[in-house]
Design a protein around this ligand. Structure first.
Ligand code: SF4
Length: 224
């Protein structure tokens, strides 16, 4: 792994690129930016599994317009919830899941989403990525949600050498200064959509190619 990696420089480039000072959550650096509640982040992240952002956004907006508390969602008619989340795919499972999670939040946690990682992980259908998203985007707590973009980019850069997102998370938590955790998911997701794409990464125009293991070991050696 890339031990002497300059995280500060990487963050400066990524922030410049996307003009993002901080993630749009409860961050002291950008308190004016409206944020979602932990419950909304939790439900929207469950709906976001295996679908595009645009579908998640559409379904969650409609869902929270009709049912915006755990109690309301827990008691919502299943068929209506299915209809609303249909656009996100796997709607049978997702509709049941969000209702089940809402019921637990209502009954066990008195309508407050828990702020503890382990309690979040105990909720049905909530894995590490979802739980960390709730911590970062719902509570403004430092954590590193590792989705497919963060996993891929970290391994290309050489700041992780891991087979699974869980391993990548562990390695990043061990090496990345804590002050960057809260922004890294947001920045890498944007970076992964526009530059370090899954296929045909735009390495030639990448501002951090001089820090990248993939660029040095693979890209420069490819026939083009
Ligand atoms: S040089 Fe290429 S592989 Fe490396 S971070 Fe940039 S786009 Fe991704």
């Amino acid at each position: 792994m890339n031990d002497g990696f300059d995280y500060k420089e990487m963050m400066e480039h990524l922030r410049d690129l996307f003009q993002v000072g901080a993630f749009p959550g409860k961050n002291p650096e950008s308190p004016e930016v409206p944020s979602s509640t932990p419950f909304e982040v939790l439900i929207a992240t469950i709906l976001s599994q295996r679908t595009k952002d645009v579908n998640t956004h559409k379904a969650s907006k409609e869902l929270f317009k009709r049912y915006n508390t755990p109690k309301q969602l827990a008691e919502a008619p299943l068929e209506e919830v299915k209809e609303i989340v249909h656009v996100t795919g796997f709607y049978n499972v997702k509709a049941r899941r969000v209702k089940e999670v809402a019921k637990i939040i209502h009954e066990r946690y008195n309508d407050e989403v828990p702020e503890e990682l382990n309690e979040l992980l105990d909720l049905p259908g909530v894995g590490r990525k979802t739980a960390n998203c709730v911590l970062v985007y719902g509570f403004g707590e430092p954590a590193i949600p590792v989705d497919t973009h963060v996993h891929r980019i970290s391994n290309r850069l050489g700041i992780a050498d891991a087979k699974t997102p869980e391993e990548t998370e562990q390695q990043l938590v061990g090496s990345m200064p804590r002050r960057y955790w809260i922004e890294i998911n947001k920045l890498m997701v944007e970076f992964g959509k526009e530059i370090c794409r899954p296929r045909n990464p735009r390495c030639d125009s990448c501002p951090i190619n001089h820090m990248c293991k993939y660029y040095e070991e693979v890209y420069l050696n490819e026939d083009r």
